[in-house]
Design a protein around this ligand. Structure first.
Ligand code: FAD
Ligand code: MG
Length: 337
C-alpha cells in the first residue's frame, strides 16, 4: 500500500507528536506555548518559569528553525538543493553555515563508520519518502543510484567558500541531521533570550532547556513503535536533546513487507533489525546522526558505537519489541513494559 501525499504528511505530523510526547510533571501552566508546521512536521515550543521575553523567544526559535529549513531542505529550494542541482558541474558558492554543516556531517559519517551517510541523496530521492508518494524502486535503479553515493568525493573548499559534487547524479541529503541541528540552534536562541526552562519538540526530536519546574526534570515518553498510543519508557532529562529514529514514522507496506525511510548505505534498502533507536545527548547533530546510524548498524554494533562516545546514552527497541539500553541509560529511562 502506497500512501498518498496527504496521508504521508498527516502520518508524519501525528507520529511526530506521539513519538516522544512530554509527560505530565507538576501541574503548572506553561508561561508560553506555540505550535507551528516546520520542516514537514509539527514543532511545539513550551516555555516555563518566568521570563518577560517568552513570546519573542518562541518566535525567534520558529524563525531560526525556518532558516535552517531554508538552508537544508532536500526537496524544497534551499542552499542544499542549489548544490545538488550543480552536481557534475563546477563548484557552487555556498553559505559558510551550510559548508560547516556539511563538514560536520562528513566527520560524523566517518565517526559512525558510514552508517550515517549524507551522500545518500541519490538513493533517498528514489524512495521519495520525504516529498510525497514513496515507492519501491526497481533493483536496477537502486544499484545505479548506489554508484553515486560517494562521501569521499564531496569537495569542500573553505578558502573559496565553495562546494562541488564532481559527478552528475551525486546528491547530498541532510534529512538525518537537520532537525538535530535546528534544535542546537534553538538552544542558542533560548539562551540569548535568557530562557531557562523550555521544551522544543520537533516531530519527536526534543530539546529540553533546564527543568520543567525547580526540582522536576522534563519527562519525555518514548513511543512503542508498534502501538501508537503506548510508551515503552519515560526519560527524565534536563538540558538534553532526545532524538528518535524509527521504522514507524514514514513507511509503506507492500506485499506484506514494511519499507521505511532510514536506509542502509551498504545496500540502498531500508534497515531491518531494530524498530526504533532513542539517543540522549547534549549535542543535537550528533544525537540525530547517531539515531540513524544505530538503526543501520543494529543492536550489537550500534551499542558498541554508543559506548565509545562520551556522555551519550541509548534506548533501542528490537524486532521482537524488546528494549535494550546502553550502560548508563538506566539512570535516564524508567521502563514501562
Ligand atoms: P532521521 O532518522 O533523523 O532521518 C531520516 C532521514 O535521513 C531520511 O528521511 C533520509 O532523508 C535521510 N536518511 C535515511 N537514511 C540515512 C542514512 N543512513 N544516513 C544519512 N541520512 C539518511 N517532510 C515533508 O513531508 N514535507 C516537507 O516539506 C519537509 N521538509 C523538510 C525540511 C527539512 C529541512 C527537514 C530536515 C525535513 C523535512 N521533512 C519534510 C521531513 C523529512 O523528509 C524527513 O522525514 C525527516 O528529515 C526525517 O527525520 P526523522 O527525524 O524522522 O528521521
Ligand atoms: Mg537522525
Amino acid at each position: 500500500m502506497t500512501k498518498n501525499r496527504f496521508r504521508l504528511s498527516l502520518l508524519s505530523v501525528t507520529c511526530g507528536v506521539m513519538l516522544l510526547a512530554s509527560c505530565a510533571g507538576p501541574d503548572s501552566e506553561p508561561l508560553y506555548k506555540v505550535n507551528r508546521l516546520l520542516m514537514g512536521t509539527l514543532v511545539q515550543i513550551t516555555i516555563v518559569g518566568t521570563n518577560p521575553h517568552a513570546k519573542a523567544a518562541a518566535q525567534a526559535v520558529i524563525d531560526e528553525i525556518q532558516r535552517v529549513e531554508n538552508l537544508s531542505s532536500f526537496h524544497k529550494p534551499s542552499a542544499l538543493t542549489r548544490i545538488n542541482e550543480h552536481a557534475g558541474r563546477g563548484p557552487v558558492r555556498a553559505d559558510p553555515e551550510i559548508l560547516t554543516l556539511l563538514e560536520e556531517s562528513i566527520r560524523l559519517s566517518r565517526q559512525m563508520r558510514g552508517a550515517f551517510d549524507p551522500s545518500l541523496g541519490p538513493v533517498s530521492r528514489l524512495w521519495n519518502f520525504s516529498s510525497g508518494e514513496p515507492r519501491l524502486p526497481p533493483t536496477s535503479e537502486i544499484a545505479q543510484a548506489m554508484t553515486k553515493v560517494k562521501l569521499n568525493r564531496i569537495e569542500i573548499d573553505a578558502a573559496t567558500g565553495t562546494v562541488r559534487l564532481p559527478e552528475p547524479g551525486m546528491a547530498l541529503d541532510l534529512g538525518g541531521i537537520a532537525k538535530g541541528y535546528a534544535l542546537d540552534r534553538a538552544r542558542q536562541v533560548m539562551k540569548r533570550f535568557g530562557v531557562n526552562g523550555a521544551l522544543v519538540n520537533a516531530g519527536g526530536d526534543i530539546l529540553t532547556v533546564g527543568e520543567k519546574a525547580p526540582g522536576h526534570p522534563w519527562r519525555v515518553g518514548v513511543q512503542d513503535p508498534r502501538r501508537g498510543n503506548a510508551i515503552v519508557a519515560v526519560a527524565s532529562v534536563k538540558d538534553k536533546i532526545i532524538v528518535t529514529s524509527g521504522d514507524y514514522e514514514r513507511f509503506f507496506v507492500k506485499n506484506g513487507k514494511r519499507y521505511h525511510h532510514i536506509l542502509d548505505p551498504r545496500t540502498g534498502y531500508p534497515t531491518t533489525g531494530l524498530r526504533s533507536v532513542t539517543i540522549v545527548a547534549t549535542d543535537g547533530i550528533t544525537a540525530d546522526a547517531l539515531a540513524t546510524a544505530v538503526l543501520v548498524l543494529g543492536a550489537d554494533e550500534g551499542l558498541k558505537l554508543v559506548e565509545s562516545l562520551q556522555g551519550i546514552e541509548a534506548l533501542l527497541v528490537d524486532s521482537a519489541g524488546r528494549v535494550k539500553l546502553s550502560s548508563g541509560a538506566a539512570s535516564i529511562f524508567e521502563l514501562r513494559l
